[in-house]
Design a protein around this ligand. Structure first.
Ligand code: CU
Length: 478
């Protein structure tokens, strides 16, 4: 008995010692608190998280790991000044947004289940632009948490819903279709400076409806540039300090990787520049090419540049600048108030709005095209998109000449009713005006008319009954 007691006492002492040691060990390495520091940045045109310190130092979108029962602490710092956050939706944890270079935020959450998970930035478009990494947890679940419940807390993709808020007013982002440079005089090739400024702006999308546009120079489309073949363009790409995104520009007129996008990924508050020689005459689209590119285009970042052939274009009385685009909102077409972008709808190619020159009514009530009987008009027409091909048509007119695919060095097609223009493509059409009245610019996929896609060409002058005669029916809409 005595011996047994002694053995037991010894055992007890040993157990206590071992327990003490192991506790001390845990505290020393804090094995149940896992800390990671990440910063945000750009890499190859992608948005990324970059690891700071330890085994993840410098690693893009590093794999993070922990054990069940750990407490995870994540510090996120804005490395480039763009607004971001970090979310672990499976653990119901999302940080506050970091705003401005160097600002940081921290989250902590308990790891209650094992498995493979993701972390990402929940700001629309950022996950798709690259801000996503893996989070692996070893061990068994501490308490059963239904995965579906945890996933249900993340509401990334909702279908369009009708929300009619109070009507809202925003800036006029509509590009006047007459705002374009006049034909260039005959001259030797020269260097032409092109100034672009990325401006994120709350603009008027429709009556009582606003939307946060991303623009080149505060209008949609961006400025129309006009150079001569052989000219060198010197592009200055500026991004306003208050931007939430980096922006860039890809000129389809440029020969070189990314059309300039590789050299113009521009963080908020900075400026980039490059030069390029215009080798091929034509009418070309330019657009922002910062990931997710489709999002930047949908939000309004597109425009056109005309590279005139050496001999120039034939003279016409009037030239117009029109571009087609799509807007993807969470709220249904016709909602009032400030509408929010819907990335899932963008990925589904399911826009609520389709517009000429940026907004509903832009080229009808607000800034219609105007001309006179006897004149010849030329329309530089392009599709920013990002997704929809246009079947461009002017109701009541026939295109005398279509420079198909905006090829200015091929013979024009003659006498065309409707012409196909792909996203990131353009056309140049010309036609004479014989009869006064109101002509309607459409995409002949006419369901789109119901979503805002219409423009007016108002032609004044004497009636021409020999060509068109009769009595208009009231309310015909033409
Ligand atoms: Cu952009």
């Amino acid at each position: 008995m005595k011996i047994t007691y002694k053995v037991l006492s010894l055992l007890l002492v040993l157990v206590t010692l071992v327990a003490g040691c192991s506790n001390a060990g845990k505290e020393e390495v804090a094995s149940n608190v896992v800390e990671y520091t990440l910063t945000s940045g750009m890499d190859n045109g992608q948005m990324v998280y970059i690891g700071v310190g330890g085994g993840i130092d410098g690693v893009k979108n590093p794999m993070l790991s922990a054990y069940v029962g750990d407490l995870v602490r994540i510090t996120l710092t804005s490395g480039e000044g763009v607004e971001h956050n970090i979310s672990f939706p499976d653990f119901n944890s999302t940080s506050a947004n970091v705003v401005g270079k160097g600002s940081s935020t921290m989250i902590e959450f308990a790891v209650d289940k094992g498995g493979k998970f993701s972390y990402f930035c929940t700001i629309p478009g950022h996950r798709q632009a690259g801000m996503e990494g893996k989070f692996e947890v070893s061990g068994q679940a501490v308490a059963a948490v239904p995965t579906s419940e945890a996933q249900g807390s993340f509401t990334g993709a909702t279908g369009p819903i009708v929300v009619s808020g109070a009507s809202a007013t925003g800036a006029d982002i509509v590009r006047d279709p007459t705002e374009l440079p006049t034909p260039l005089p005959r001259r030797e090739p020269q260097t032409v400076r092109i100034d672009l400024e990325a401006v994120e702006i709350e603009g008027q999308l429709a009556d009582g409806t606003t939307y946060t546009y991303w623009t080149f120079n505060s209008k949609v489309p961006g400025p129309f540039f006009r150079v001569r073949v052989g000219d060198t363009i010197e592009v200055h790409m500026k991004n306003l300090t208050n931007s939430t995104m980096p922006h860039s520009v890809d000129f389809h007129a440029v020969t070189g990787p990314g059309g300039g996008a590789t050299m113009t990924q521009t963080p908020p508050g900075e400026e980039t520049t490059f030069t390029a020689k215009a080798l091929n005459p034509g009418l070309y689209v330019y657009h922002c090419a910062t990931p997710m590119v489709a999002q930047h285009i949908a939000n309004g970042m597109y425009g056109m540049i005309l590279v005139e052939p050496e001999e120039g274009l034939s003279p016409v009385e009037r030239e117009f600048y029109v571009m087609q685009g799509e807007v993807y909102t969470t709220e249904a077409f016709g909602s009032t108030g400030h509408l929010t972008e819907n990335i899932q709808a963008l990925l589904n190619e399911d826009p609520e709005y389709l517009v000429f020159n940026g907004a509903v009514g832009a080229l009808t009530e607000q800034k219609p095209l105007k001309a006179n009987v006897g004149e010849t008009v030329r329309i530089f027409f392009g599709v920013g998109g990002p997704n929809f091909t246009s079947s461009f048509h002017v109701i009541g007119e026939i295109f005398d000449r279509v420079y198909e695919q905006a090829s200015l060095t091929s013979p024009a097609l003659t006498n065309v009713q409707t012409t196909t223009v792909p996203p990131g493509g353009a056309t140049m059409v010309e036609f004479g005006l014989e009869v006064p009245g109101r002509y309607i610019l459409v995409d002949h996929a006419l369901a789109r008319l119901q979503r805002g896609l219409a423009g007016f060409l108002i032609v004044e002058g004497p009636e021409n009954p020999e060509i068109f005669n009769g009595t208009p029916v009231p309310g015909s809409g033409h």
